[in-house]
Ligand binder design. Structure first.
Ligand code: CTP
Ligand code: MG
Length: 218
C-alpha cells in the first residue's frame, strides 16, 4: 500500500539538554539521529513522499543536507500538533504515516501491519505491551492502586491514518494541541486500532536514551 510519511523533526529537544535540536545529534559522531528514520522511509518503495517537518532554525541545515527528491522540507510550529498540521497540508496520498524522528528504530513488518489496520479501520497506532507493574500514586507518592497490565498499551509511533479523515479532524479542532494524533482522531468519534509490536523502539528523550541508542544503532 502506497503512503506519504510525515517525519517530525521540528521540536527543540529541551529535555535532552543539548545546545541544538536532539534529532541532529550525530550518533557515533557520524549519522544524525533523524537520518535513521529518514533512510528507512527513503528505502521503502511504498513510501511515495516524505514530508520532513523542521523548526525555523534548522530549515537551512535540512535543505543543505538532504538531497533525495522524495523528501519535502516544511516548517512546523510551536507544538507537535502544529507541526503535523503543517505536514498534512502537503499530503496527497490516501494514507499517511506519522512518525517521530526521535525514534530511530523502524521495522518493515510493523509498517505493513499498521497500514493494513488503517485501511480496515481509518486509524492505527503502533504500541508496546506494558511489562512493568503500573500503579497510580497519591499526592504523597504512595501507591494508591494498580492498573491491569493486560489492558494497557504504551503508544508509540508510527501512526497511520486515512488522510481525508485526519485532515477533517485537524480542520475541526483548529486551535487545539494534542500529545499525539490518536487522541485527536478519537475526539472526532473515530476508533484507533492498536498494533502491538515486540520490536524494540527507543525514543531519544533524555541523555540516558541517547547512550542506549548509541550502543544499539549501527
Ligand atoms: N516535534 C515537532 N514539532 C514540535 C515539537 C516536536 O516536529 N513543535 C517532533 C520532535 O522533533 C520529535 C517528536 O515530535 O521528533 C516527538 O517530540 P518530543 O520527543 O517531545 O521532542 P521535542 O519536543 O523536541 O523534545 P522536548 O519535549 O524535550 O523539548
Ligand atoms: Mg516535546
Amino acid at each position: 500500500m502506497k503512503y506519504d510519511c510525515i517525519l517530525l523533526a521540528g521540536g527543540s529537544g529541551e529535555r535532552m539538554g543539548l545546545e541544538y535540536n536532539k534529532v541532529l545529534y550525530p550518533v557515533k559522531g557520524k549519522k544524525e539521529l533523524f537520518r535513521y528514520s529518514l533512510d528507512f522511509f527513503i528505502k521503502d518503495q511504498e513510501c511515495e513522499k516524505i514530508i520532513l517537518v523542521s523548526n525555523h532554525t534548522d530549515m537551512e541545515y535540512f535543505w543543505d543536507h538532504i538531497l533525495d527528491k522524495k523528501v519535502k522540507i516544511v516548517e512546523g510550529g510551536h507544538t507537535r500538533s502544529d507541526s503535523v498540521r503543517s505536514g498534512l497540508a502537503l499530503v496527497d496520498n490516501e494514507y499517511v504515516l506519522i512518525h517521530d524522528s526521535a525514534r530511530p528504530m523502524l521495522y518493515k513488518e510493523d509498517i505493513k501491519k499498521l497500514l493494513d489496520e488503517a485501511i480496515k479501520n481509518g486509524g492505527a497506532t503502533l504500541a508496546n505491551r506494558v511489562y512493568n507493574t503500573v500503579s497510580q500514586v497519591d499526592e504523597k507518592e504512595n501507591i494508591k492502586d494498580y492498573l491491569d497490565r493486560d489492558k494497557l498499551a504504551s503508544i508509540i509511533t508510527p501512526q497511520a491514518f486515512y488522510s481525508p479523515m485526519l485532515k477533517a479532524c485537524y480542520a475541526k479542532y483548529r486551535d487545539q494541541s494534542f500529545s499525539d494524533d490518536t487522541h485527536l482522531f478519537r475526539m472526532n468519534g473515530r476508533s484507533v486500532k492498536v498494533v502491538f509490536s515486540d520490536n524494540l523502539s527507543i525514543k531519544a528523550t533524555k541523555q540516558s536514551d541517547l547512550k542506549m541508542l548509541e550502543a544499539i544503532l549501527k
